[in-house]
Design a protein around this ligand. Structure first.
Ligand SMILES: [Cu+2]
Length: 169
């Protein structure tokens, strides 16, 4: 069975050879078009990116973050929990150096209508993600002067455990 099959394939191959050659030329043309559409995709991972997650145990994956000072850095925050957003929502809120973190968190508790970001304290905030439900993520882009930036989750009751320090250096 194998013996009779192989010659058949060989002769088929020979017959297809000119077609294949033509195909190679076409492939070469197609390749050019493919590389044209690639740069935008490749550009995204080129920027430095760091990741932090939050879970149903009311914890960030890390209490320290580090970014290069003065360079744009992407921070990806993901809620890896499964509990409902209303019960265990999380955000990543980065405050300016020297901000009173518990003070901010206390005011944030009362700001339910703005996803626990008090408008009166906006000057204290570098940036923040939106309030994330289970499986959701949000991306921040920061370019920070050297310094230590306190960060927290402002969902009521979370900041005591969910806080850390982002260092730009
Ligand atoms: Cu939280």
């Amino acid at each position: 069975m194998n013996i009779s099959k192989n010659p058949g394939i060989l002769s088929l191959r020979n017959a297809l050879l000119p077609v294949l050659m033509g195909g190679l030329l076409l492939a070469a043309c197609n390749k050019k078009e493919e590389t044209k559409s690639e740069p935008p995709q490749a550009a995204a991972p080129a920027a430095a990116a760091i990741e932090i997650t939050a879970n149903d145990q009311m914890q960030f994956s890390t209490k320290t973050l580090e970014v290069p000072a003065g360079k744009e850095t992407v921070i990806i925050m993901k809620n890896v929990g499964t509990m409902a957003k209303e019960a265990m929502g999380h955000n990543l809120t980065i405050l300016n150096p020297g901000t009173d973190l518990p003070g901010y968190a206390t005011k944030a508790m009362a700001a339910k209508d703005t996803d626990y970001q008090p408008a009166s304290e906006a000057a204290s905030v570098v940036t923040h993600t939106r309030l994330l439900g289970p499986g959701e993520s949000d991306t921040l882009k920061v370019t920070l002067p050297a310094g230590e930036y306190p960060y927290l989750c402002t969902f009521p009751g979370h900041f005591a455990v969910m806080q850390g320090v982002l260092t730009a250096k």
